[in-house]
Design a protein around this ligand. Sequence first.
Ligand SMILES: [Zn+2]
Length: 307
Amino acid sequence: MDRYLASLIARLPAEPVTRFAPAPTGWLHLGHVLNAYYIWEIARAIDGRVLLRIEDHDRTRARPEFEAGILDDLDWLGFHPDIYTTDQFRAGRCDGRQSDRDAVYREALEILRARGLVYACDCSRASVASSLASGLNRTQNNALPGQVRPGHSAEPEEFHYPGHCRDRQLPLVDGYGWRVRLDSGDEIFDDGRLGEQRQDPSQQCGDVLLRDRHGNWTYQFAVTVDDWRQEIDLVIRGADLLASTGRQIRLARLLGRPRPPVFFHHTLIMKSPSQKLSKSDRDTGVRDLRARGWGAADVIEAAVKNG
Ligand SMILES: [Zn+2]
């Protein structure tokens, strides 16, 4: 990790802010621990600060008991955020929690809407998938670079929205998904570990969904707005999110952010060469390891050793 620090420092302001941003849709597992390790280690080395964000934008999957468990595990592991402490989250409403930031997302949406970039979409995932299957809208697979993990197969082929509703003038109301127009063009960025990357969001995913038809803000939109409004300078996350970076940079620019954050995508803990860990992998859950008598240092060591 040390070899990346000098170039990160050169690209960042003094006392840069990074963030740890788990989704409370499951318990913390070793994959999160590895991510937290990178975040706190890098922050310490570059005189940075860590913001804690609870990404509960998807209200159908997020659960308060998972948030409580994440906060407890972070305390136990010794990962203490500088901005939005675990106690601030426990105290109730908190600006680090996405479900408490609806007004912020609405305001951001208005920016895109005023620019004529937002439209309503009534396509179901199934209907887009069947048009995909016809072969007309198949996107090229956005493969992860081979150096991410030897033998790691790329993410499954991405869902590409072909723009069916772009010009249908459906009303922007609840019950429809809301999308943003993304014109073709490459986003080029210099990943802190992987070097120069080039992605064209219009080819990868098409017009990004901002809000789904159930009224949930999407991951792509909420995280882009938060990284901007919370003045995140450095995003440190697993390489499974590399493909999302170009669209987040594009969205941030459309919103008016002058400069995107610096991105650093680290290796993942793999269950097998092609399968990353997920929250359902109980054998690697922090709370299960705790229950088996592991200490915090053992858990962190296990994560780092396998990362
Ligand atoms: Zn549509």
